[in-house]
Structure formats: C-alpha cells, structure tokens
Design a protein around this ligand. Structure first.
Ligand code: 2P0
Length: 315
C-alpha cells in the first residue's frame, strides 16, 4: 500500500513567533494565515524496513522526520517504519518556508497509511508536533491556529470569510545571510524587552484582522499584517540574547518601495517571514503595477503572484 497527500504552504498575516511549550510546540499567541495556491508539497509514504526520507528524489537526513514519526507512534499506536518520498514545490533554496506544507502532507499521508481516519482538526493537532505552521496548511484560504492551553486544544481551523480580490506578490531575493532557524529565532526573540508588548498587540490584532477580512477591507488587512510582521522582526533586532535579523539590504529596499507605492495611492503592504523575502499584499487589479515597480528596482528578484489555495487533498 502507498498513500499520497498534498498540502499547500501558508503565509501568516498574524505571525506565530514564540513557544510557551517547546516540547509540545504550544505557541505564545494564536496566528492567522493564507494558504497559497502556487507552493505545495506532495508526499507519498509506504511501509519499509526503516524510516527513510527523499525530497525531490534525493536522499535526506531522516532525524527530524523519524522523531516526528515516533511522536505519531506514541499518539496513534504502533505502525511500521515508513519510506517518505516528498515532492516539494516550494523554493526552499530561496528561503521560502516549506516545513508547513511538508509536515501537513506528511501527517496526513502517514495517518491514513497507518489505517486511521482522522478529522482535519485532529491532523492539524498532530502536525503541530512536527512544525507549528503546519497546523494551518490543512485548510483552504484563511486559517487560524488557536494557541490553546495544552496538547488537546492547540490546533487550527478554517476561517470562513467572503472571497476577496487579494493577491500576494512573492518577491524572492538572493539569500546570502547565515540562516537562523525559526525555532532558534523565536527563542532569541522571546528575550526581547518588547516581547510581552508584541504578544499583547498580537492578541488585539487577530480579532481586528478577522473583522477586516469579514468586511473585505483589504487596506486594513494589509496594514494589520505589515504592523504585526514588522513587530515580529523588531523582536529579533532587540533580542537580549543573540540579537539578529533576517533582513538584507534588499529586504529593506522592498519595504521602502512598498511604502512609496502607498504614497502613490496604491494598495501594497509588506509581510516577511524567517528569511529575507518579502511578500506584498495587494489586490488582483494592482498586482501587475506592483510587480512592475519591484522589477524596475530589483531586476534580479524572482516574482510570483499567489492567491488563496486549496486545503489538504489525497491523490
Ligand atoms: C508563521 N513562521 O507564523 C511564522 C512567521 C515564520 C515567521 O511559523 O519551530 O517552521 O517548526 O514550529 O512552523 C515558521 O516556523 O517553526 C513560522 P517550528 P515553523 O508562519
């Protein structure tokens, strides 16, 4: 038997940046994201003599996956070692996060292959132990990961909002900086004297974001997302323990460009994750003009327009 599952990656508009329990991967705040159409991971699993992992046909170190499969074995009961073959359509080399789609697809494929029929809520809860952002990749379009209080109550759900003419221009910039992993980055960020403030702000911004999405107010959606993201990056810069930044000079150039676009009356807001790339929140009709301006300033940047994408599916 083999089982194949596909999950799309997601970009947080209200970020997850800190763990209140690093073992159970319980976050300090709830987060909200958009699942994307363009970037996904398709994973096929089959019983094998030992746990093994290939990504796009190439053998990979299996440690993180084996550790996760052992957590699933504790939660679900025994299942045999698995061969995991992952087809990753997320440009990892450019610093776009793939752990969200990868751990969502892996969880769904393994659970089904092991003979269990679980709800998306249960899958989301289990995937959290592999990678926090994976909780949100089971659902189409918008999803909220509720922080919860314990292992049972921390999972994501679909946020039902009217269809919006929202587009995301993904600006991939060359990454020459030494990468700080998300887990390490958040641990450092939590030592910032501003961390408690960011948590308080985030708790207000999440319901404000939900209201803006329900109203279809794209300006408010973008403004809240940009504020929340820049707040997250401020924590990295002000960490007491090993402060750092994911920004490169080109990241700042794009942020500056986006501010300039707004001065021209355009709808454009920036959000940035654990890498130098910038995702510009805009509308369908303004996406071509946004791309033109970015390409004019940074001709080497690779641009992709993404929209809301599908939830988990089995192939
Ligand atoms: C997010 N990020 O909300 C935030 C914003 C990156 C920046 O979730 O340690 O790979 O595996 O739970 O999920 C990336 O962190 O971290 C992430 P772990 P994950 O999308």
């Amino acid at each position: 038997m083999t089982t194949t599952a596909t999950a799309h990656t997601n970009i947080a508009f209200i970020k997850y940046w800190g763990k209140k329990d690093p073992v159970l991967n319980l976050p300090t705040t709830s987060s909200l994201s958009l699942t994307l159409d363009k970037f996904y991971t398709q994973t096929t699993v089959s019983p094998s003599v030992r746990d093994q992992l290939t990504i796009n046909g190439i053998d990979q170190p299996v440690d993180r996956v084996r550790q996760f499969l052992d957590i699933l074995r504790q939660e679900l009961g025994y299942f045999p070692p698995m061969q995991v073959e992952s087809n990753n359509q997320v440009p990892t080399s450019a610093g776009l996060a793939s752990s969200a789609s990868a751990f969502a697809a892996l969880t769904a494929a393994v659970v089904k292959e092991a003979g269990h029929d679980l709800s998306l809520t249960e899958l989301s809860r289990l995937a959290r132990r592999g990678s926090g952002s994976a909780t949100r990749s089971f659902f189409p379009d918008f999803a909220v990961w509720q922080a919860g209080d314990d292992n049972a109550t921390s999972y994501a759900y679909h946020l039902d909002v009217p269809r919006l003419p929202l587009a995301l221009v993904v600006v991939e910039l060359a990454d020459t900086t030494k990468k700080v992993s998300s887990s390490d980055g958040m641990q450092r960020a939590m030592t910032s004297p501003y961390y408690a403030n960011w948590v308080q702000d985030s708790k207000k911004e999440l319901p404000e974001m939900e209201a803006a999405l329900a109203k279809g107010d794209l300006d408010q959606v973008g403004a809240l997302a940009e504020k929340n993201a820049l707040g997250m990056h401020e924590l990295n810069l002000t960490a007491k323990d090993q402060r750092f930044t994911y920004f490169t000079p080109q990241t700042l150039q794009v942020i500056h460009l986006v501010q300039g676009m707004r001065k021209q009356g355009m709808l454009a807001y920036a959000t940035i994750d654990a890498g130098p790339n910038v995702k510009i929140i805009t509308s369908d009709d303004q996406a071509p003009a946004v791309m033109e301006q970015v390409q004019g300033t940074l001709p080497k940047a690779r641009l992709t327009v993404a929209h809301g994408g599908p939830g988990l599916h089995y192939d």
